[in-house]
Design a protein around this ligand. Structure first.
Ligand SMILES: [Zn+2]
Length: 624
């Protein structure tokens, strides 16, 4: 600590204490390289930056400042003003954290370099990095009374540096959840400041996904300030919201804002006057230490980002989810809600049922897969197998062919005999010919595991596979099989069964995306006329929810309480079965090959036959 206080006495001349905005208005210069508007900084150009900046002043009692701002609102420059203020006016040790070490390096070379060289009072304090022993390196800048350390949120070592009075975490939504197994990088960084009573912490970011956004979580813990501006027509104070922006005939140049109070619409030309008369108002109780600010691109000053630009961006993005997400995050400074399941309702799917008959393959179907879910152990709905038969065509267009339940104890042979009937059934095709199931995927993860292994082992020749669902995100629809070698009596088998891992989470995300689509074609899922409401209730019985792991939200699929979900599980398994086919065929020509096979069957040629045995090429696939 003595190092700092000695240098402090030496380096700091007594001076009238300024706020950050006052200091910036007095000393800060914007370079022509880094700024579209070079010259002296003027807080009046972006009046909404005054209060967040001044909360970082030594005269303010606020300790933590949270800025959830849109791009092109001056957020970056307000951070730079604080850096300049610390170096020149309120020196102390400071830690500057970027999402990665690489980004910290870039910030050091570009933003800091121009901040210092263009602003004379800063150039006096920091020696050029070229000179030897200047105390100025890529990751640390010394100045009288203080020092600035730069690091990335991906480096635990960097975050564990010396105590720092000032902490600046920039773009926190891009920080990793956990750094080197040591926990949350923001908490690690903030620990550096705990010994300073008059510490200042700045967290900034554009937000990302709802419930996963750090900056939104921090904003929600703050006093949630909004920038209120007066309506030019009636004078009513309000904060600007995207739904109030109106335009005509998809023409961005017609964009106007509709006052929430008087209903009058006004043009953007009024914005400078509105911003000047604007004020931040807290919308939640304060803890007295944390100030939170949210600001959308609607406030961006004239000449930066216009309302017309925003409408134009929106019109380009609205049909494309990733682009719309980016618009919502960077232009509106709001989080993006990702919830497929909530948009897919049982009643909407029921309306989608089509006229093709149950149990018969409609035109377009080229392959059949079956998913089997095993229920047992005396549950309320009883012991049974749930069986879904799905037909698949080009572009993974899918048709529900049949869904049945076989009641009975899966530990007894009887239910499996009944399953054999479905497995070996030859499904009639609307275009002539018949098809048997190519793959039958039976879940081994629930009940009667040993029976499932045995059933799959004995029926490899007719495409039966034992599968096990994996709930982790990012797994492939079907993975590489593992060996298991016990039978129903717990005895070791010579030729054990194989179990195929199925990426349930991945498949559910894919399928729910597709259930949302209403355009017939690639990826569309069809349901026959007899499909009942109960089936759709089961199909939509899961939704994505959040679980917290070490305090961080992780998204996963969960079943609604007490709901049955076999219609969904069996579809997931049937889809995994389709993916199993991809490893048997050349994926580029699979649909052509399957079409040729069907044509052959329809012409009365070789009927689909059983696979002749393990390791041998079955007769019914032309290029197996
Ligand atoms: Zn009004």
């Amino acid at each position: 600590m003595n190092v700092w206080s000695d240098a402090f006495m030496e380096g700091l001349r007594p001076e009238q204490p300024l706020t950050v905005s006052e200091w910036a208005d007095k000393h800060r210069r914007l370079s022509s390289k880094a700024s579209a508007e070079p010259g002296p900084w003027r807080t009046n150009r972006t009046p909404y930056l005054r209060e967040p900046m001044d909360c970082l002043s030594t005269t303010s009692s606020v300790q933590r400042v949270v800025m959830m701002f849109a791009a092109q609102t001056g957020k970056t420059e307000s951070g730079s003003n604080w850096l300049g203020y610390v170096i020149a006016h309120a020196p102390g040790p400071m830690l500057l954290v970027q999402p990665t070490v690489e980004m910290a390096k870039r910030l050091s070379k570009q933003r800091l370099e121009s901040l210092v060289t263009e602003t004379p009072v800063l150039a006096e304090k920091i020696a050029p990095s070229r000179s030897r022993d200047s105390g100025n390196t890529m990751f640390s800048k010394e100045f009288p009374g203080g020092m600035m350390l730069l690091t990335g949120a991906n480096s635990a070592t960097g975050l564990r540096s010396t105590p720092c009075r000032y902490i600046f975490c920039d773009e926190v939504d891009a920080f990793p959840l956990d750094v080197d197994g040591e926990g949350d990088p923001v908490s690690l960084a903030e620990k550096r400041a705990t010994t300073f009573a008059r510490r200042k912490i700045l967290l900034t970011s554009t937000p990302t996904v709802k419930d996963f956004s750090r900056i939104e979580a921090e904003y929600e813990r703050s006093d949630q300030r909004r920038f209120y501006v007066p309506c030019p027509c009636c004078g009513a104070m309000q904060w600007l919201k995207w739904p109030q922006l109106k335009w005509e005939n998809n023409d961005p140049s017609t964009a106007v804002y509709q006052c929430e109070v008087c209903g009058e619409r006004f043009a953007e030309i009024h914005k400078p006057a509105m911003l000047r008369k604007g004020e931040w108002r807290a919308t939640a109780p304060s803890d007295g230490k944390t100030a939170g600010f949210q600001l959308s691109g609607l406030y961006s000053p004239l000449g930066w980002l216009s309302w017309a630009d925003m409408v134009d961006d929106f019109l380009r993005a609205k049909a494309d989810a990733p682009m719309l997400k980016s618009f919502v995050n960077t232009r509106l400074a709001e989080t993006w809600e990702e919830d497929f399941a909530s948009k897919v309702s049982a009643s909407a799917l029921l309306e989608r049922c089509e006229a093709y008959p149950q149990g018969r393959l409609p035109e377009g179907v080229l392959a059949v897969t079956i998913g089997v879910d095993v229920q047992g152990g005396g549950g309320s709905a009883g012991d049974r197998l749930a069986v879904s038969v799905w037909g698949w065509g080009r572009g993974e267009e899918g048709w529900l062919i049949d869904h049945q339940e076989i009641a009975g104890d899966p530990c007894k042979a009887e239910v499996w005999k009944q399953l054999d009937v479905i497995v070996l059934h030859e499904w009639e095709h609307a275009g002539g010919g018949k098809l048997r199931a190519d793959v039958v995927a039976v879940d081994s993860g629930g009940h009667a595991t040993a029976e499932v292994y045995q059933y799959a082992r004995e029926r490899q020749a007719v495409g039966v596979i034992a599968i096990k669902g994996q709930s982790q995100r990012g797994k492939p629809p079907i993975g590489k099989p593992g060996k298991v070698d016990i039978n129903a009596k717990g005895q070791t088998l010579k030729r054990g069964a194989q179990v195929w891992p199925v990426g349930s989470d991945t498949i559910k995300t894919t399928l729910f995306g597709r259930l949302k689509h209403n355009d017939i074609g690639d990826g569309y899922l069809h349901f026959h006329a007899q499909t009942g409401e109960e089936y759709f209730e089961q199909l939509t019985a899961e939704k994505q929810a959040l679980r917290y792991v070490k305090g961080f939200p992780v998204r996963e699929w969960v079943k609604k309480p007490s709901a049955r979900n076999e219609a969904l599980d069996t579809l997931v398994y049937a889809y995994a079965g389709l993916n199993r086919l991809y490893s048997r065929y050349d994926r580029r020509t699979i649909w052509d090959q399957l079409e040729a096979r069907l044509q052959n069957a329809a012409d009365g040629g070789a009927k689909p036959r059983l696979r002749s045995g393990k390791g041998k090429a079955p007769a019914f696939a032309t290029s197996w």
